[in-house]
Write a protein that binds this ligand. Structure first.
Ligand code: BJ8
Length: 419
């Protein structure tokens, strides 16, 4: 990474502590990613993004802020990026996927909660994440109890806007989400001083749909046997989607897909088992499960997660001549996301069964971050449905530490032999 010390100091970061993170990441990335064989050329851009993860993109954000722009951090795929773009702000995903931040998170949060929440809290209070430090405001949501209560703590460090996500999917809940989107529009207008217009909102929708299309195209290419891209690389592309400039991301992902389309013409069978991962999100740099699975005789071909299909499935319609109509379109699209925080959540079962077929999957791994209760409880329902369809399933409950890596490897190995 280049010399960004001055910028990090200006961002009021804990430089010494942050240096430890900066030293560890390239090695971890090198071991997991750069040792893969025959990677697509177009992955070089995504390698560069990781190499510059706390540098080049942060510089862009800081430059934008100096010109009067605003930066807003988000933690959930329900928060409508369209609105952020329509007010000319930049949105960055702040979910954190490293064990590095856990220690600081545990200083103020109970140990027995989800690592994702402990990590993002630790990243903020330890002053070790430049994305957090660049944000003018963060946007929380009422999904799980851990996140919901973490916003109260976060509010002591940075302005927080919380969107109240309904937990059922009846018409009145969709209307409630419409209302929340309207409130969010007002808050973003206040923050940025920019009014949302039909034109700016339609433009925001188009950009977000463009991202969804590019990701969907990459996922569709993974339906080939074998997949022209590893699960690790596809996961990296999805993770980068949350913080990169959206228009550049679309261009680079489309370029990658062009290359993958060429590769598909020359694919030869590799005998690897095709695996679906379903469950909780994997925020950067959480590559733990993918690196274990793909270190064995298997390839991950689809993730039914929020760093997977839940992020890009379904587009927002641009039909309509009023802001209210566009807000309705957004509410409908977002309320179609099947997160386990909803009750009931039948759509998720249907999605998983559908993807098994579409991606020609041999077995499913249910990935559950420790202490995420909604996903842990929903496992029973998914297990029953998959059993009825005769689809093999393995549940892995884990956190960000490396302690259980050997044990997970043994269990995955046994699973692959069985399917
Ligand atoms: S739409 S999955 S991004 S809430 S933080 S719920 S892992 S205990 S992230 Fe999520 Fe939105 Fe749902 Fe997707 Fe569990 Fe952890 Fe809570 Fe989590």
């Amino acid at each position: 990474m280049g010399d960004y010390k001055k910028m990090w100091q200006d961002l009021n970061m804990d430089i010494e502590k942050h240096d430890i993170l900066c030293e560890a990441l390239p090695e971890q990335f090198g071991d997991i990613y750069l040792t893969q064989e025959n990677r697509p050329e177009a992955m070089n851009y995504f390698n560069y993004v990781v190499a510059e993860i706390h540098g080049a993109r942060i510089m862009e954000l800081e430059k934008y802020k100096k010109e009067g722009g605003k930066v807003v951090g988000t933690f959930c795929v329900f928060v409508p990026d369209e609105v952020i773009l329509a007010t000319k702000a930049i949105g960055v995903g702040l979910c954190s996927g490293s064990q590095f931040w856990i220690e600081d998170g545990e200083k103020i949060l109970p140990r027995n909660i989800c690592p994702l929440v402990k990590a993002f809290t630790g990243a903020k209070i330890g002053l070790t994440c430049p994305y957090f430090q660049s944000c003018d405001m963060i946007v929380g949501e009422t999904t799980c109890d851990a996140k919901k209560k973490a916003w109260e703590i976060m509010d002591e460090y940075i302005p927080v806007h919380v969107m109240e996500l309904p937990q059922m999917k009846r018409e009145k809940n969709i209307k409630q989400w419409e209302d929340e989107i309207r409130i969010f529009i007002n808050r973003m207008e206040e923050l940025t001083g920019n009014k949302v217009t039909i034109e700016s909102l339609k433009k925001g929708i188009d950009i977000c749909n463009g991202k969804r299309k590019a990701l969907k195209r990459m996922y569709d290419l993974r339906k080939n046997t074998p997949s022209p891209i590893s699960g690790l690389d596809a996961l990296l592309v999805s993770q980068v989607a949350f913080s990169d400039d959206p228009e550049r991301f679309i261009e680079k992902t489309e370029e990658l897909c062009d290359e993958l389309e060429e590769r598909v013409k020359e694919l030869k069978p590799n005998g690897k088992k095709r695996i679906m991962v379903t469950g909780t999100p994997m925020a950067l740099p959480n590559w733990k499960l993918h690196s274990i699975v793909e270190g064995l005789n298997a390839e991950i071909v689809v993730e039914e997660t929020c760093t997977g299909t839940r992020y890009f499935e379904n587009e927002v319609s641009t039909e309509g001549d009023t802001i209210d109509e566009l807000v309705r379109n957004m509410a409908e699209r977002y309320m179609d996301i099947n997160c386990a925080c909803f009750t009931p959540n039948e759509g998720r079962v249907e999605d998983i069964i559908k993807y098994v077929d579409e991606y020609n999957v041999d077995g499913v791994i249910y990935y559950n971050l420790s202490f995420c209760h909604t996903y842990a409880i929903e496992y029973e329902k998914i297990a029953k449905a998959l059993k009825e369809e005769d689809i093999p399933l393995l549940k892995i409950e884990t956190d960000y530490s490396e302690e259980d890596t050997g044990q997970i490897k043994t269990r995955v190995e046994a699973f692959l032999e069985m399917i």
